[in-house]
Ligand binder design. Structure first.
Ligand code: CP
Length: 334
């Protein structure tokens, strides 16, 4: 039984197989390939795209998606072992995983980090606990990485650029009122490096480097795929000659759990917002973002409304790639 916790666990060929299936499903969206199957979607955090695309995708394939919100309309869950459960959680992940595995053919979870202690959050304990105790495949709907978004991003890159090898991919940090999850930034590095792109990560300060577990994995994958990975604080150097610009805001890990201090570090860097002037330095690059996006904070109206903005294409591709994933993990026959 294989889970989908991280694309690091999959070869480029396996991921390309999912991307190819996604394209086929875009042309022929409705079937009975997963008739009678069920997937449980556990949301510990809000969502628009992930929830909708999984629910609609399961419906297209004849399956049923059960949405659960632990701590709201479902019992709160304890994920740590050997604890006296005298706080809010009513049941333990061991029973939750066991029970849902009896009902469903796959389990998916969204569990953002808690933004208190990165040394704890970087271990991704919640999804690992679910995967350890489930007896059906587990899908990552965003934790400290966002592998479903990775598939949608790479589907979008291939749709617009063709072969991604050695095309210049710029991951640019942008300002935001709050320090956000590093998940999508980590994932952008993982998928672009897996597919041989020449990555430039643009950050305003060295403290915005990502966790070494992802920087190192991306560097190793780039080495294997014939791509490259560089980090710069120079806006002009980053944008010049870019083929694809991907924006994301994230918090500085050395100040994790200290949002007031992080806000002071971040304050001088509002000018990292993606605008028409920066995009004019590129090689007619496409621009994308995982969404949601605050306009005129992360990217200007001009950028979001331009023909080169493919963020909605990427969001659409969430639907197609996740259907390919469910078919693969839930044993569907097409
Ligand atoms: N990109 C993404 O995962 O969107 P949602 O948070 O709306 O699911």
């Amino acid at each position: 039984m294989k889970h989908f916790l991280s694309t690091v666990d999959y070869s480029r060929e396996e991921l390309q197989g999912l991307l190819d299936t996604a394209s086929e499903l875009k042309s022929a969206p409705v079937s009975r390939a997963l008739a009678g199957r069920t997937v449980a979607l556990l949301f510990l955090n809000p969502s628009l795209r992930t929830r909708t695309s999984f629910e609609v995708g399961a419906f297209h394939l004849g399956a049923h998606a059960v949405v659960l919100e632990p701590g709201k309309a479902a019992w709160g869950i304890e994920f740590e072992n050997n604890v006296v459960m005298d706080a809010d959680a009513e049941e333990h992940i061991r029973e939750v995983a066991g029970v849902l595995s009896r009902y469903c053919d796959a389990l998916a979870i969204r569990a953002f980090p808690l933004f208190r202690d990165w040394s704890v959050d970087r271990e991704d304990r919640v999804i690992r606990a679910l995967a350890a105790h489930a007896t059906v495949p587990v899908i990552n709907m965003e934790t400290i990485i966002h592998p479903c978004q990775e598939l949608a991003l790479m589907r979008t890159i291939q749709d617009h650029l063709g072969r991604p090898d050695n095309r210049k991919f710029v991951l640019t940090w942008t300002w935001h009122p709050r320090p956000l999850n590093t998940a999508v930034a980590n994932s952008a590095l993982l998928i672009a490096s897996k597919f041989g792109m020449d990555i430039t990560m643009l950050i305003p300060d060295e403290q915005y480097r990502l966790d070494p577990q992802f920087m190192d994995a991306a560097a190793a994958q780039a080495c294997e795929s014939g791509g490259s990975l560089e980090v710069t604080t120079d806006i002009e150097q980053a944008y010049t000659g870019a083929d694809f610009v991907y924006a994301k805001s994230w918090g500085a890990l050395p100040l994790y759990g200290r949002p007031e201090e992080e806000a002071k570090l971040r304050a001088p860097f509002r000018h990292f917002m993606v605008d028409g002037e920066k995009m004019a330095m590129t090689a007619n690059a496409r621009f994308s973002h995982c969404l949601p996006l605050r306009r005129n904070i992360k990217a200007t109206d001009e950028v979001m409304d331009a023909d080169y903005c493919v963020a909605v294409d990427e969001a659409e591709n969430r639907l197609h790639v996740q259907k390919a994933l469910m078919l693969s993990l839930m044993g569907g026959q097409r």
